[in-house]
Write a protein that binds this ligand. Structure first.
Ligand code: ADP
Length: 446
């Protein structure tokens, strides 16, 4: 096992990794930007190193700054968290070239699944259904039109290197397709440094259901069940739950098998997620996330397995130690992502000083957050400030528990989306588990 690791991330996920390391007696070195200086969670690491100013490009995305911090701190490995450099194959390569283990899959695997068109091809090769669309990136407008005519409108233009729900555009006819292609390409180039795009049939009202996978370096791969992440605002997840209220047992089983097959096909080790859309009793592969995800605690609650500890163990070369049949699935878990956003201003980020912080507690409640009174939410990063999770025997009990937890919670000084969560948890469709990825946008435009 590692003796000392560097955490190349911030906020709640940095704290989550610190906590797992403490329990495993691994020393932690956390990096921070000037915008995060003084944050309480930094005190919980063994060492904290400032790597630059607030803008991510000069700190959390700066490979030279992070590598020199890792060398100064003399660590065995780097945990990249999610976002920032977590799926950057170049960063993984440089870490390993400097004899620092990168906690994640092989460089080749990160590259392969990070190219979404290539991941689609790997899924096809493994016999897994994908959403109908282009074979790879689309070159010319003519090629795009041919794909659209073959699969039928509406279609979705997606960036090959996209992520975070960004870089996607829907087109309903030829003219929109041609116009959107140009915009999508330039947006993709600006956001991801790669202008290539591909095309998928746009499913009108699917559910987003993903499978958590875990693999070791000896080639063993298992899955830890699914998470339903269909409550999304503009393709960004807001609420996740497990088990999915919509998936029948035979589909759940097939999805799990498909995810493991794909992971084996690309030689996956570490923790990862295989994402699917589910519509009309069929599921379709959309992408692989080669990292730990925001919503991982949902799976931790139903399986009792600490995914961060598992990541550390397999990265250090230990075997999985569990067979597929030995994974317990118990009860129901729900997660609400609390964002510093102003509901009065179209959910625009609402940075500022947290004057009051009262997280919920009591039976079956878990809060993953780096907030504390006096903490200043910087304007530079993602607006998520807390994850509220509940676990109970049934979905009805979990829903009721989440309502209670959200009602207990108080955050002062910044605006948050707490009110929206309280509203969703009392919505009749949500209560019945009847929602698709369209649910929230429809609720908000009603
Ligand atoms: P990202 O990596 O940016 O998160 P994904 O491919 O995971 O992109 O898609 C994010 C979300 O976008 C999905 O959960 C779903 O809501 C929507 N989406 C993606 N592909 C399709 C599709 N073909 N049809 C309808 N919705 C889609």
């Amino acid at each position: 096992m590692f003796n000392r690791i560097l955490i190349a991330n911030r906020g709640e996920i940095a704290l989550r990794v610190i906590r797992a390391c403490r329990e495993l007696n691994i020393e932690t070195v956390v990096v921070y930007s000037k915008a995060d200086a003084g944050a309480a969670y930094l005190e919980l690491a063994d060492e904290a190193i400032c790597i630059g100013p607030g803008p991510s490009a000069k700190s959390y995305l700066s490979i030279p700054s992070i590598i020199s911090a890792a060398e100064i701190a003399n660590v065995d490995a780097v945990h990249p968290g999610y976002g920032f450099l977590s799926e950057n194959a170049h960063f993984a390569e440089i870490c390993r070239a400097n004899n620092i283990e990168f906690i994640g899959p092989d460089v080749e695997t990160i590259r392969r699944v990070g190219d979404k068109a290539e991941a689609r091809s790997a899924a096809v090769a493994a016999g897994i259904p994908v959403v109908e669309g282009s074979k790879g990136p689309v070159g010319t407008d003519q090629e795009a039109l041919e794909v659209a005519h073959r699969v039928g409108y509406p279609v979705l233009i997606k960036a090959v290197s996209g992520g975070g729900g960004r870089g996607m555009r829907v087109a309903h006819n030829d003219m929109a397709l041609i116009n959107n292609l140009a915009t999508a390409r330039s947006e993709a180039e600006a956001s991801f440094g790669d202008a290539s795009v591909y095309i998928e049939k746009y499913l009108e009202a699917p559910r987003h259901v993903e499978i958590q996978i875990l693999g070791d370096r000896r080639g063993d791969v298992i899955h830890l069940g699914e998470r339903d992440c269909s409550v999304q605002r503009r393709h960004q997840k807001l609420i996740e739950e497990s088990p999915s209220p919509a998936i029948p047992p035979d589909i759940r089983k097939k999805m799990g098998i498909a995810a493991v097959k794909l992971a084996r096909q690309v030689g996956y080790h570490g923790a990862g997620t295989v994402e699917f859309l589910y519509e009309g009793k069929r599921f379709y592969f959309i992408e692989v996330n080669a990292r730990i995800q925001v919503e991982h605690p949902v799976t931790e609650l139903v399986t009792g397995i600490d995914l961060i500890k598992e990541q550390l163990r397999v990265a250090a070369g230990e075997p999985l130690g569990r067979k597929q049949g030995q994974i317990p699935f118990r009860g129901h878990a729900i997660e609400c992502r609390i964002n510093a956003e102003d509901p009065e201003r179209g959910f625009a980020p609402s940075p500022g000083v947290v004057t009051h912080w009262q997280p919920p507690g009591g039976p079956g409640v878990r809060v993953d957050s780096h907030l504390a009174p006096g903490y200043r939410v910087p304007p530079n990063y993602d607006s998520m400030v807390a994850k509220v999770l509940v676990h109970a025997d049934t979905r009805a009990e979990a829903t009721s528990r989440m309502r209670r937890a959200l009602d207990e919670m108080r955050v002062g000084g910044i605006q948050t989306n707490l009110g929206l969560h309280r509203r969703i948890l009392r919505n009749a469709y949500f209560e019945r588990g009847e929602y698709t990825t369209r649910f929230l946008d429809e609720l908000l435009s009603a």
